[in-house]
Write a protein of this length. Structure first.
Length: 435
């Protein structure tokens, strides 16, 4: 957040980036990054700006009738009030004319989750005599970060939902072989009940989808269109939850075959596994060498294996910050800059998604008498540029590659990856087992 305590670090980063300041803009919640950094409270229905210069005191440009949301703006910082569009533009030009400013702007909309400032506002800023640069690296450093409490709540939630997912798939498999198989919406209700018992909350979902429904990333099971889970189905469970109101969401996707997987499902799994491993290896090797890595680089590393297997590829790499960004289950701005730099100490949330007649997501394979398939790697944002986080990415030499084999009836690879030295710790080769 932007406070007198964080201001020196922000201004140093601005100087290092070669810009004259950071121009934050919001209008009715269109830029939750700005709203979060400025800690605006309550309803805002007028345009608001805040200019953070590389040197000097920040200044807020606020509407005359909306001073309440700015109650947390430090009294030692400037605040100018406008009441007409002319006065707004005059105030704006006074502060940014002839300067290079960072804004939540992504050239060519390369990173949609960052591209929060409307084109018309960019036009207005440029007309005021300023040059606009992307604030992506600033957002990564000062907004999309976790503290120790964030990490702890995430890890705890991830452990619980991983157990719930395994149990849900095992239950679906057991009931599918009996006289009363479960429908998708019934498994969903069972998961929600387990969330309540564990003290976890969620805003909607989870997604439980079988066979063709698993190819729809936004599918929602309903009682009106009940779909029974039967032997031979590929089942996807996408679940997310957090501890209370202040916890950080854990979000995982698990897939399983009800019965022996088909040859096609096995081949898809192998391609997805290899693509995931290639992406993780690239991030780890670059981190070990303290070398920058772009989201596009990681995407390309995975894409090679997916294209070779004739799958549709979409790698989503994310560094996330706060529920306000998407105002949904995920925290922060989704989508690592495809042409930007991945900050060492961050880890990507979504390793990727692949489709060919079914929905397959990168993650960890479960080799057991219960689910067979894989779990989406639960890699989440972490503290930036810390030795501990770099160690988590680079890994421990003692955890080199694939770990121990599964004990009978026990799932392997279900632990949340962001607390492992090697994301493939305890990962076994794909060996199809029946649910």
């Amino acid at each position: 957040m932007l406070t007198p305590e964080t201001l020196p670090a922000v201004q140093k980063a601005l100087a290092d980036a070669g810009v004259d300041g950071w121009l934050l803009y919001d209008f009715r919640g269109t830029n939750p990054i700005a709203a979060g950094l400025l800690r605006l409270e309550g309803m805002t229905s007028r345009r608001a700006f805040a200019y953070v210069p590389t040197r000097g005191t920040p200044v807020a440009l606020t509407h005359a009738i909306e001073q309440g949301p700015w109650r947390r703006w430090p009294s030692t910082w400037s605040r100018e009030v406008y009441s007409s569009w002319r006065s707004l533009e005059e105030f704006l030009a006074r502060h940014i004319a002839g300067k290079k400013v960072a804004m939540e702007y992504s050239a060519g909309d390369a990173v949609p989750y960052l591209d929060r400032v409307p084109a018309g506002v960019i036009d207005m800023v440029r007309a005021a005599g300023a040059t606009v640069e992307s604030s992506g690296e600033l957002v990564t450093r000062f907004y999309a970060v976790w503290d120790a409490d964030h990490i702890a709540t995430h890890v705890r939630a991830a452990e619980v939902i991983a157990d719930i997912a395994r149990e849900a798939l095992a239950l679906a498999g057991e009931r599918a072989r009996g006289a009363e198989p479960l429908a998708e919406h019934e498994v969903k209700a069972w998961i929600l009940d387990r969330f309540r018992r564990a003290g976890l909350t969620t805003d909607h979902g989870p997604n439980v989808s079988a066979a063709e429904n698993a190819a729809n990333p936004h599918y929602e099971p309903t009682t009106e269109a009940a779909r029974v889970i039967r032997p031979g189905d590929i089942v996807l469970i996408d679940l997310w939850a957090k501890e209370g109101e202040t916890g950080v969401y854990a979000d995982q996707t698990w897939m399983a075959s009800i019965g022996k997987p088909s040859d096609e499902a096995s081949e898809i799994w192998k391609a997805v596994r290899d693509a995931r491993d290639a992406a993780i290896d690239l991030v780890r090797s670059r981190a070990k060498a303290n070398s920058p890595v772009r989201g596009a680089d990681v995407d390309d590393a995975a894409e090679h294996h997916v294209v070779r297997a004739d799958l549709v590829h979409r790698a989503d790499l994310a560094i996330e910050a706060d529920d306000r960004i998407e105002q949904r289950r995920h925290a922060g701005w989704h989508g690592l800059p495809s042409r930007g730099i991945v900050a060492l100490g961050h880890v990507a949330d979504r390793a990727g998604e692949f489709c060919r007649q079914m929905h397959v997501r990168l993650g960890q394979h479960v080799d057991a008498e219960a689910p067979v398939g894989e779990e989406k790697a639960g890699l989440r944002r972490a503290l930036v540029h810390t030795d501990e986080q770099r160690r988590r990415i680079v890994g421990d030499a003692a955890h080199g590659g694939r770990g121990e084999a599964a004990a009978p009836g026990r799932a392997v690879g279900g632990d949340d990856v962001d607390r492992r030295a090697d994301p493939r710790h305890r990962l076994a080769e794909f060996q199809p087992r029946d649910l």
